[in-house]
Design a protein around this ligand. Structure first.
Ligand code: MEV
Length: 312
């Protein structure tokens, strides 16, 4: 039986700002999807991944297109040489944690082994990207790269339509985080559209926020390279303030941020689209992670305790 794995992801710095060509930082998380592939009498796809209710149903079309793309890329004819693909793992499918890239990465790896192709990590990443594009229509490259490589990466969108700039960044050991979910789902397109309208209504204001962001980004990147998590946390708080200014925070996010900071989180900010979704809490060490997660759960929010920087 052939096996493969794909990490989930979280954005550490730069959501919304990356849309305008500013750099961002993302990371693979410790939670992952695993795929197994074996010969079968007829083609079968079994999706045993844990999910937020309704996720798989909502994404059925997208998942189907990803599978078709992967079968085509790995030269599998469903009728002539049927296989069984089984997905499992501890990454709960939800918007904002890179579930679809983890699906494609894990299956790419398993099919590479199944077909004895000996592809390198770069080629696996390419196959994952193509499947992501087939599923969702467009893909920035952040999710598949986080999912295949794990670890941290810096990301810069090319506004001229050329390939985006992505560089991987490794740290000596993974760092504990808590991802708290507000339970609110927002459409990325709508929130991004809103921010764009505000920017267009007052370019001077947006230039000032962007310049503050760039300054913060430089400090954050240096701090990650030095594995100085106190400074990384401080810069996350600065990033959260900038996200407030562009109006993508909300009461639930603020409540989680406040509680987490009081419980000792090094940094706390929304991650992804905002106005709901996830809040990223930096909590180095198992003890602090436990304490912060408990405090957030006590005020009624679900949490995922995981790590950033994981690459195994
Ligand atoms: C959403 O996960 C991140 C945004 O920056 C949108 C995007 O980059 O496409 C809000």
């Amino acid at each position: 039986m052939a096996e493969g794995k794909g990490f989930g992801k979280t954005i550490l710095f730069g959501e919304h700002f990356v849309v305008y060509g500013l750099p961002g930082i993302a990371s693979g998380i410790g939670n992952a999807t695993t795929a197994t592939v074996e010969k079968a009498d007829k083609f079968e796809f079994v999706d045993n991944r844990p999910e937020t209710p309704g996720y798989k149903e909502k994404k059925a079309g997208e998942i189907g297109r990803q599978i078709e793309s992967l079968l085509a890329q790995f030269d599998i004819d469903k009728e002539k040489n049927p296989i069984k693909i089984v997905l499992e793992g501890n990454l709960k499918c939800n918007s904002g944690v890179g579930s679809s890239a983890a699906l494609a990465a894990s299956i790419s790896r398993a099919l590479n082994e199944f077909q004895n192709l000996g592809m390198n990590i770069e080629q696996i990443n390419k196959a994952t990207y193509i499947a992501e594009e087939a599923g969702a229509g467009t893909a920035s490259g952040i999710d598949n790269t986080c999912s295949v490589y794990g670890g941290f990466l810096t990301f810069e969108k090319n506004l001229q339509g050329e390939p985006n700039k992505i560089e991987t960044l490794t740290v000596s050991k993974p760092i504990e985080i808590v991802l708290a979910t507000t339970g609110i789902t927002q459409e990325t397109k709508v929130v991004v559209g809103d921010v764009r309208a505000k920017k267009e209504a007052d370019e001077k204001w947006f230039e000032k926020v962007s310049s503050d962001y760039k300054e913060m980004y430089g400090k954050a990147l240096e701090a990650i390279k030095k594995e100085d998590w106190t400074t990384v946390g401080e810069q996350m708080d600065v990033n959260q303030e900038l996200l407030r200014q562009i109006t993508v925070s909300c009461d639930e996010i603020e409540e989680i941020v406040k509680t987490a900071k009081q419980a000792g989180a090094f940094g706390a900010k929304l991650t992804g689209t905002g106005r709901g979704g996830y809040v990223l809490l930096l909590t180095p060490g198992k003890e602090l992670q436990e304490k912060v997660a408990k405090a957030v759960e006590e005020i009624g929010y679900e949490t995922l305790k995981t790590e950033i920087g994981a690459s195994k």
